[in-house]
Design a protein around this ligand. Structure first.
Ligand code: PLP
Length: 400
């Protein structure tokens, strides 16, 4: 009998699972954890999550839910209380008008996104995806059998995405356009005008728009905007939202989708055959987050702006590092190509690997986001930690 090895086992797995790769961000987290376990002091700019604790009133609601035995199954798409709270919060903040049956709560925005793509994208469909893209978009589309059509953007224009750029890529096979504003990893924010034009174009051409708005509250321009405000185009749009970043709740796993009831109903069917409802006690905490005081969101946003301004100045002060000013999220996306060719560093991956091993600073290389010249620096940490990391980075790059 042939011995079972990793290679022979891979051959027995499905073609669709072999189509995708593990998340590049998770790989950095794992590598940094390994070093930490060896007692090494790592400065972590890799993680894509808030450094804040979940606000107290939200934690209290979770504890009360446990104590009150709110620990049974709920409706697959979440309780009516939660779905109404999601719709209401969105209506108040963004002037949308979604009804309960147009809302589904999921185990994180990621599950909502995964399910939305599964119900919208068929084998051979084309999905337009602006570069740089969040790592999971590409693999989620591939898993559904779709083909990503990458939309290259210009760093010197702030990675801007316009309807004209998208129009050039449309073919008879185009099924979906994925937008992510504010963007992970670049922090770029699309203007309301550009978003409107893209949604209008998609509507005219009968193409779906999936707008990942997980960072919508972390928009540092004056104009906070969701495509949900564009009510006349609603039948071609699905919005993905998340409590993870807005309320510092990454580990709780609560996200949602807003869209036409036919799409949301199909997502509900899929979710009913996989995970069922998001955790009951988390749903109670989510209601407290959405209905409770929103000052915590304002305060965290203000702090992210301080941190962004601090880190952009620090990065720009390093000779050779080029860095656009991001208007949202909590990432910087500096161009480090000036260092390629030095000390055996040929790529962003080489640089990130060496930086982690030798200077103990964790960042995510740009290749995972579709660009070769950048690294992603998460600044969701304290000023002191930013300074420690910037100093290590400066010394490391100077010695290359
Ligand atoms: C662009 C984007 N979308 C979706 C998610 C998923 O977030 P969650 O599943 O925690 O809601 C993330 C998380 O990093 C993200 O960066």
């Amino acid at each position: 009998m042939t011995p079972v090895t990793e290679a022979t086992l891979a051959l027995k797995l499905t073609e669709r699972i072999n189509r995708i790769e593990p998340s590049a961000t998770m790989a950095v987290v794992a590598e940094a954890d390994k070093l930490r376990q060896q007692g090494i002091d790592v400065v972590d700019f890799g993680a894509g999550e808030p450094h804040f604790a979940t606000p107290q009133h939200i934690k209290d609601a979770g504890v009360a839910a446990i104590q009150g035995n709110f620990t049974k199954y709920t409706a697959v798409s979440g309780t009516t209380e939660l779905r109404d709270a999601i719709a209401h919060r969105h209506a108040v903040d963004f002037d949308s008008d979604y009804r309960r049956e147009e809302v589904i709560a999921s185990t994180g925005g990621k599950q909502a996104l995964f399910n939305a793509v599964q119900v919208l994208v068929d084998h051979g469909d084309e999905v337009i995806l602006p570069v740089p893209y969040w790592v999971s978009f590409k693999d989620i589309v591939r898993y559904a059998g779709g083909n990503c059509v990458l939309l290259e953007t210009d760093e010197t224009k702030g990675f801007r995405v316009t309807a004209e750029m998208i129009e050039r890529l449309i073919t008879p096979r185009t099924k979906l356009i994925i937008l992510n504003s504010p963007s992970n990893p670049s922090g770029a924010v699309m203007s309301p005008e550009d978003l409107t034009e893209v949604v209008r174009l998609a509507h005219e051409r009968g193409i779906w728009v999936l707008s990942d708005e997980c960072y919508v509250y972390l928009n540092y321009t004056m104009k906070r905007f969701s495509v949900g405000a564009l009510r006349e185009f609603r039948e071609r749009m699905v919005i993905i939202g998340s409590l993870s970043k807005t309320y510092a709740m990454t580990g709780w796993r609560l996200g949602y989708a807003l869209g036409p009831s036919a799409v949301v109903g199909a997502m509900n069917k899929l979710q009913s055959q996989s995970t069922s409802n998001p955790t009951s006690i988390v749903q109670k905490a989510a209601v407290a987050a959405l209905k409770g005081p929103q000052q915590c969101v304002t305060d965290m946003r203000a702090e992210y702006i301080n941190l962004r301004d601090h880190v952009v100045n620090g990065l720009r002060a390093i000779p050779g590092v080029k860095c656009t000013l991001p208007d949202g999220a909590f990432y910087m996306y500096p161009n480090v190509s000036a260092f390629f060719g030095r000390s055996g560093v040929k790529s962003a991956s080489d640089l990130a690997g060496k930086l982690l091993r030798e200077a103990h600073v964790a960042v995510v290389p740009g290749e995972g986001f579709g660009t070769r010249d950048h690294i992603r620096v998460s600044y969701a940490t304290s000023v002191a930690e930013l300074d420690r990391g910037l100093e290590r980075l400066r010394k490391f790059l100077a010695a290359l």
